[in-house]
Design a protein around this ligand. Structure first.
Ligand code: SDX
Length: 427
């Protein structure tokens, strides 16, 4: 690939450097474009624009490849656990046994949430969506931890990582406990991170709670599969907010809000609601396929399509296999799984979907497993947020440590030219 790109405008040629990444991706560096030409680029949704260089995640949408710090998602989902992968994503290397134990113990130092946070969650109605509550509670953490993190101080940064990992998990489960009218649980520092998630969610003061290792293993895998995904909408939001030097909690809170949308992480809830609607409608998948293809119908086949994967989403493949295994092991027969498989098969053989490279994405099957684990539908996107937390932290840390500039895109103005002010009687 040539080391420069030539742009010709009005007969004048401009030369720009070409950047090549470690996996052969190529970009034109237009850092000087406006200075040299007075012209900017236009790329709504940033489909063709890179915002940063990153060492964290590599994905190849054409080949269906996803790696965290060079390790394949297949290997990590199969051989590692969630905290191990969180350490890898955030600090760049797989931890030794000692490092992992230390990381887990250091997280435990911060799993107690300030009791006054309960006054905040009590202010929400039971009907509030958990993602809205989680975003607010995460932002509220700043009030109880106001110290600005010196990102160049390794110890302070490490402490902020452990604090975020510890408190976010507890707050995420409090959103469910609140909406269910259950008392809020505390983390048990004698148990593991994912085991605690199940306890925090479902343990009641009226009796013992038995942690099912099959459930823990399935959740570990699901959280790993969601841990990072380069510059997706919510991660770009976390980077954007952090680029103004807003704190980590405030940036993560913004990421939670971005993830909530049904075109992004909210799709896992929308998929289950779609499958239940199809089931209620007599299981007529073809009717919904037709709706998805009808330009006049806003309905989309939720859990299908992806901005980057124009082939299969490797995570969807792993989750689909896990769905069969988990439901069989738990003895759960969920009719919507059969509907999902029928939809997938129809779409993969349908010209509309094939011509647009629309395949199942990470959200298509995940909700079926969550439901089998007893997670309520409106908590599905919270599950995505718990999994994505290490990725948000890692990307925020990389952006701040690399001292990247504040994010501030340009625009092309298309409004009125200068106008004379009109007094009230002239309007
Ligand atoms: C996630 O970016 C990430 O990495 C995200 C994520 C992560 O890990 O962070 O992977 C997680 O967000 C996965 C995506 C979850 N969202 C959904 O499942 C919602 C349904 N999917 C879509 O809305 C859509 O596919 C997007 C938003 C995911 C991607 O949209 P793009 O890239 O902007 O594509 P587009 O909207 O321009 O669609 C291209 C064409 C259009 O048709 P034409 O105008 O060419 O005729 O494909 C059609 C769209 O109408 N299309 C669909 C469709 N998705 C795209 N038609 C029906 N059903 C769909 N699901």
């Amino acid at each position: 690939m040539s080391k420069t790109a030539i742009l010709e405008i009005d007969g004048k040629k401009y030369e720009f450097p070409v950047i090549e990444g470690s996996e052969g991706e190529v970009a034109i560096d237009i850092n000087k474009l406006r200075d040299l030409t007075g012209i900017i680029t236009m790329d709504p949704g940033y489909k063709n624009s890179g915002s940063c260089k990153s060492d964290i995640t590599f994905l190849d949408g054409e080949e269906g490849i996803l790696r965290y710090r060079g390790y394949s998602i297949e290997d990590l989902a199969d051989k590692a656990d969630f905290l191990e992968v969180s350490y890898l994503v955030i600090f760049g290397e797989l931890p030794t046994k000692k490092q992992l134990e230390q990381f887990e113990n250091d997280i435990r130092k911060y799993t107690l949430v300030n009791e006054e946070m309960k006054n905040i969650i009590d202010g929400f109605p039971k009907t509030a969506h958990p993602m809205g509550v989680l975003s607010s509670l995460t932002s509220a953490l700043t009030a109880f931890n106001p110290k600005v993190v010196n990102v160049d101080n390794e110890k302070e940064m490490y402490e902020a990582v452990c604090k975020t990992m510890g408190k976010f998990l507890v707050l995420a489960t409090w959103t469910f406990r609140k909406s269910s009218g259950y008392p809020l649980n505390y983390y048990d520092n004698t148990k593991g991170y994912v085991e605690n998630f199940m306890r925090l969610m479902f343990e009641l003061p009226t009796g013992p709670y038995t942690i099912n290792p099959v459930v823990v293993s399935a959740l570990d895998k699901l959280f790993i599969l969601h841990a990072d995904h380069e510059q997706n909408c919510s991660t770009s939001t976390v980077r954007m907010v952090g680029s103004s030097q807003s704190g980590l909690f405030a940036s993560i809170s913004a990421g939670v809000s971005a993830l909530w949308g049904p075109l992004h992480g909210g799709a896992n809830q929308a998929v289950l609601e779609m499958l239940e609607a199809i089931q209620k409608d007599g299981g007529d998948a073809d009717k919904y396929m037709a709706k998805a293809k009808d330009k006049d119908d806003p309905f989309r086949l939720m859990g299908f399509g992806h901005r980057v994967y124009k082939n299969f989403d490797p995570r969807a493949r792993i989750i689909k296999k896990a769905a069969d295994e988990v439901l069989a092991t738990l003895g759960v027969n969920d009719p919507v799984l059969a509907i999902a498989k029928k939809l997938e098969e129809s779409a993969l053989n349908d010209e509309y979907f094939k011509s647009r490279n629309l395949y199942p994405n990470v959200d298509f099957y995940s909700g079926i497993i969550y439901r089998a684990l007893g997670i309520p539908t409106d908590m599905f996107t919270v599950m995505f947020a718990i999994g994505r937390l290490p990725g948000w932290i890692a990307q925020w840390k990389e952006m701040r440590v690399n001292k990247e500039p504040i994010g501030r895109p340009r625009q092309i103005y298309t409004g009125h030219a200068l106008r004379e002010f009109k007094t009230m009687d002239q309007r």
